[in-house]
Design a protein around this ligand. Structure first.
Ligand code: GUN
Length: 286
């Protein structure tokens, strides 16, 4: 049975460090690192994510501002809000929850956020900085995955990491971080040929495809470390259950270490968001 990588426990440690940093920034500079979260529309999953982000920010001693906008909000109105948050000296981090309703242009919204307040690390300037090895604000989910990986592999150098999925939010920045940590990196996706045999070569397998229990034990090299980024709702015996992109029960028999869902990557993402907010606050001081 694989070692369980406990995201709840590790995220609690990160949050403790964040709370200490919030206090230090307050004592040194008289400011309270503050996160503004913007949610457009009523997507139920997004509502849960946003509530959790706000709750954890307050627990860490941060300021937290929530903007909930109607599903039919115009691009102009959203841009106006982002402008106001960019120019508000009491706001240090801005997060616009994705996905946005289809009439809104996500790329335009991401580009409108000031790069120093871009706690998601999605702005083209921050994406470019990460790709060229000069990261400032790094996307939260891949950052959380790296912290968990380091618990198992303090030195990742020379490991073969396979990232399943190529999204801008997870797959691409994850690959960049693994490369920076001197891994040999393969990205596989829906059009990849021989995907199963490529996955089976991985020392480190990161699943970020958004398909429930897609990866089973046959895809995993014995002893590999498996990071499951997926959060999918599935009906099991008539009950709604959260499952990852990995078939946990069977893969845990083969893997050396594995993250559970829930209690794995999810809490790490939030902890890293708050970590980024303290970093953003520091960036704005200089
Ligand atoms: N939706 C799913 N994951 C994320 C994330 O990391 N940031 C934002 N803004 N929206 C998301």
């Amino acid at each position: 049975m694989a070692q369980l990588i406990d995201g709840k426990l590790i995220s609690a440690q990160v949050l403790q460090e964040v709370a200490a940093e919030v206090e230090l920034i307050g004592a040194e500079h008289g400011i309270k690192p503050t996160l503004a979260v913007v949610l457009v529309g009523e997507d139920p999953a997004s509502q849960v994510y946003v509530s959790n982000k706000v709750k954890r920010a307050i627990e860490a001693g941060m300021g937290s501002i929530e903007h909930r906008l109607d599903a039919d909000t115009t691009q102009a109105a959203l841009n106006e809000l982002i402008d106001a948050l960019n120019n508000d000296p009491e706001v240090h981090g801005i997060l616009v929850q994705l996905p946005l309703p289809s009439h809104l242009d996500e790329d335009a919204v991401i580009s409108a956020i000031h790069p120093a307040k871009d706690v998601d690390g999605f702005h083209p300037l921050n994406v470019g900085a990460l790709a060229s090895g000069r990261p400032s604000l790094v996307p939260c989910t891949p950052q959380g995955c790296m912290i968990m990986l380091r618990q198992v592999h303090p030195d990742l150098s020379g490991k073969h990491a396979v990232v399943v999925g190529r999204s801008n939010i997870v797959g691409k920045p994850m690959a960049a971080l693994l490369l920076q940590a001197n891994c040999t990196v393969t990205i596989v996706h829906s059009r990849t040929q021989h995907i199963e045999s490529l996955c089976r070569q991985a020392d480190i397998l990161v699943a970020a495809i958004g398909r429930p229990e897609f990866i089973n034990a046959d895809w995993v090299k014995p002893g590999a470390t498996v990071i499951d980024v997926g959060i999918n709702a599935r009906d099991v015996d008539g009950k709604r259950k959260l499952v990852g992109d990995v078939a946990f029960e069977s893969v845990a028999q083969v893997a050396g270490a594995i993250t559970p869902v829930p209690g794995g990557v999810g809490p790490m993402t939030i902890a890293c968001l708050l970590l980024n907010t303290t970093r953003a606050a520091r960036l704005q001081l200089t």
